[in-house]
Design a protein around this ligand. Structure first.
Ligand SMILES: [Zn+2]
Length: 305
């Protein structure tokens, strides 16, 4: 066990509590997700990107230990980090149709959300899954529909191992007309449901483009659009050591890290063990995007009271 230090337990209880809320919602998620992917359009928030910023917390680190055993999951009360939280919670309702492009400020908990785009790849993704398992880390994979069609078993494995599966379009276009956008969205959603049995709730636009038809369609369908707050720069021609350093030396609690697991990104897979090892030593835990959003929401509630 790499995460059994007592100081982690408070954080894990917060996460577990957020997950418990998510699990409560999860019982209705099939109905909700059908609505998000094929039902009535949702009303887009007027402020598309800026989530409400909570005031500075009046609490200190002790806040993390104030979750009662009743609200934490039974497994968390037993002190087992991550293993009980295999089911990825639903995205908090406040984030539906929004664009997340910045970290929630002053967030105190040392959790990070690693994200991998453009996969799955039959060579790189299994290697990344092995490393994540070794470090008991969870991540989010923003998959391309055309790759899900080719390697659905890898996507299913990622979901089964507790990772979140997000939508990254079907063919990674830089520009689409409304009809193409609708097709890209529908084809990929369908491929993900067939591979995992669960509809995606998260969308990352190709190239991070948020003003095109794809992103607009995704938001209208209720997807939460997730950008990133740290880039590993792993699509440039740099080696695994620099990729690792780009992530290791910059994170703040609650950051979202951009990485890639497409076929050409074996250097990313090579960089990952060092990233997980050094950031674990620095006290960071690795969670899915829905877990991170749930933890943000929990903390905002604490900060507001
Ligand atoms: Zn991409």
């Amino acid at each position: 066990m790499k995460h059994n230090a007592p100081r982690h337990i408070g954080i894990m209880m917060i996460i577990a509590a957020a997950a418990a809320i998510g699990l409560a919602v999860a019982s209705t998620r099939h109905a909700v997700q059908r609505e998000t992917t094929g039902g009535a359009p949702v009303t887009l928030p007027a402020e598309e990107t800026v989530m409400p910023e909570p005031s500075l917390p009046a609490t200190d680190e002790t806040a993390a230990t104030e979750v009662s055993a009743e609200t934490a999951s039974p497994a968390a009360a037993g002190g087992l980090p991550f293993e009980p939280v295999l089911d990825v919670p639903a995205v908090p309702a406040a984030y539906r149709g929004t664009i997340v492009r910045q970290r929630t400020r002053h967030f105190p908990h040392r959790i990070l959300a690693l994200t991998f785009d453009d996969g799955p790849s039959p060579t790189v993704t299994p290697q990344i899954l092995d490393t994540l398992r070794e470090y008991n880390a969870r991540a989010t994979f923003f998959v391309l529909g055309q790759n899900v069609r080719k390697w659905p078993e890898i996507v299913r494995q990622a979901a089964d191992e507790g990772h979140a599966i997000g939508h990254h379009s079907y063919s990674h276009p830089s520009k689409t007309n409304p009809e193409q956008a609708a097709k890209e969205m529908a084809q990929t959603t369908e491929a993900i449901i067939e591979a995992t049995g669960r509809a995606p709730e998260l969308f990352r636009p190709p190239y991070g483009i948020t003003d095109g038809n794809l992103c607009r369609t995704a938001r209208e369908q209720g997807f939460t659009v997730i950008l990133w707050t740290i880039s590993s720069a792993d699509t440039t021609s740099i080696g695994p050591e620099i990729i690792a350093s780009n992530v290791i030396y910059t994170p703040n609690p609650g950051d979202i890290v951009l990485m890639h697991d497409s076929g050409g990104n074996s250097k990313t897979a090579e960089a990952l063990p060092r990233i997980l090892k050094e950031l674990s030593i620095a006290g960071f835990e690795f969670v899915t995007i829905p877990h991170l959003l749930g933890a943000w929401e929990e903390w905002k509630k604490q900060a507001d009271t």
